[in-house]
Design a protein around this ligand. Sequence first.
Ligand code: BES
Ligand code: MN
Ligand code: ZN
Length: 501
Amino acid sequence: MEFSVKSGSPEKQRSACIVVGVFEPRRLSGVAEQLDQVSEGYLSGLLRRGDLEGKAGQMLLLHHVPNILSERVLLVGCGKERELDERQYKQIIEKTIHTLNETGSMEAVCFLSELHVKGRDTYWKVRQAVEAAQAGLYTFNQLKTRKEEPRRPLRKLVFNVPTRRELPLGERAIQHALAVSKGVTICRDVANMPPNICTPRYLAEQAQSMADQYDNLSFSEVDEAQMAELGMNAYLAVGQGSEHESVLSLLHYQGAAKDVPPVVLVGKGLTFDSGGISIKPSANMDEMKYDMGGAASVLGAMQALAELQLPINVIGAIAGCENMPDGKAYRPGDVLTTMSGQTVEVLNTDAEGRLVLCDVLTYVERFEPEAVVDIATLTGACIVALGHHASGLMSSHNPLAHELLNASEQSGDRAWRLPLWDEYQDALDSPFADMQNLGGRDAGTITAACFLSRFTKKYHWAHLDIAGTAWRSGAKKGATGRPVPMLTQFLLNRADNGQSN
Ligand code: BES
Ligand code: MN
Ligand code: ZN
């Protein structure tokens, strides 16, 4: 779909449809008021007769409104004016686009971007509207033999902004939103792909083909033989029971001078996590195809970054691996020597993410990074703590934690910080090795992060546990594309030196 911004008055639009808000109870928004005057009270008459209460998400489609140049007017209920918040705004936009697609309109001019949302400016409203529109149109039907293409006549959506002065802001919002949406889409596509197709090799191919599309993006990989040479024994152990070889894929994005230290994003890429010898129960085990959600989000963020051509250096590391039970599989009781030299006693082969990541976190030291952020569906405990609304954020570096929290706040892609105090480290003490890969029942999300922290002493580091946010279960099962919006915002802010737009 195509998006643009303009600044004009509603009665002058000659469009297939114009979209304006109505508040509860039966109150016209300023823009609707203008239309009402031109149409000699047509809209207020409808409200008086009780055709639209104005409850959030209510829709009323009108044809042939007197004296109006547009073919249709879509009245959209926005709830109580003072209660319009971010969440409601996004829901209203999504519903509006759905409704527009049910009409025959090929294009529409939307005035909802002029609604007042507390603390948010035009940039934010346009950007969120475009992202919500794109996300709402997503389908994954590559693997269906009969593809049901829903009828979607809407081709072009124009957002109106209050003043001409805000047009450049609106245009930038669209550009940023389209880049984020592209990243979100590839993240969802790759994550939704089933584990018999989406293997570590498949992840590498996706990264490779992305690098082929952009001049300043290049691809390299570390295969099992190289991992063995490097001593990445924890990573290798996890993949030992799988027929699919482990592959660490690297995407190098160069937007600044060669000697500018990069930001490194590390994604957990377990293309299937059966638990290994400590096998998981069968219920919902299919969802462990999403255990590569971190890797998918790194792909997504790299895609958005390359679209935006930001003037920074970024390396995306995609830790592809499959965790399976087998005669060759690693087992509880094994002691592994990690690339860092530290030894780990395996108490549970289902705590595999940290074993893969710890070696990659050591590997990326060679890039002398400015900051490293790892993204992982690491612990079920994170869902217990935060549910499905926020990703867990842990960091040993306060400024980096705040940067990420800011990015999360700006993008609407929520994260919540959990502590990483030293007291939690004791849970990893092992009688036989430097540490064990299990921290016990308490604070599982934090002790997993504590484990990782032992491999990140050489740079500023933050960890995002996306176990609860990377995908949805149930009737609407599917990858969400999170936390691509947050990561992209983080990179945008870095490029802009702290400004969001
Ligand atoms: N990939 C899982 C975490 C997970 C589970 C994410 C369910 C989302 C939904 C991870 O590898 C895992 O199995 N973690 C274990 C750790 C435990 C053995 C210490 C868990 O959370 O149960
Ligand atoms: Mn596991
Ligand atoms: Zn896992």
